[in-house]
Design a protein around this ligand. Structure first.
Ligand SMILES: [Zn+2]
Ligand SMILES: [Zn+2]
Length: 135
């Protein structure tokens, strides 16, 4: 079919013509697949793989309330937990990543507050936000 319609590759700045039915030229198609592969690899490397997902759900089923210092697992406040926090950070003890004794159920809001406090983001947040001027 010498007159099959051809259009330029959808990648920015790429002038290669591709046949109908494809968006990218061969090189850019391969690059797209690599991107997807890389994203998948990162998730696993960060420790949020299938094993962790399963353990996380099991842990939250057993610990439905936020166990942070402000909530005390329901003794102080009844806050539903939706994230699982590592008491000793994975960076320090990667071997305790899947150890229930190193896990703590937390509400997302409490977890963010806790992370900000322990990692020193709280100061950045305070300085960067001017009350009454947030648009
Ligand atoms: Zn291209
Ligand atoms: Zn809490």
């Amino acid at each position: 079919m010498p007159y099959a319609p051809r259009k330029p590759c959808a990648a920015m700045g790429c002038g290669a013509l591709v046949g109908s039915g494809t968006r990218y030229c061969e090189a850019h198609q391969r690059a797209k697949y690599r991107e997807i592969d890389r994203a998948r690899g990162t998730t696993t490397q960060r420790g949020y793989d299938g094993t962790w997902q399963k353990l996380r759900l099991a842990f939250l089923a057993a610990h439905p309330l936020c166990e942070c210092d402000d909530c005390g697992a329901g003794r102080i406040r009844l806050t539903p937990a939706d994230v699982v926090d590592h008491i000793v950070p994975i960076a320090k003890r990667p071997d305790l990543r899947l150890d229930w004794s190193n896990l703590r159920a937390m509400a997302k809001a409490c977890h963010d507050r806790h992370t900000a406090r322990t990692q020193g983001f709280a100061q950045v947040g305070r300085a960067g936000r001017i009350p009454g001027r947030v648009r």
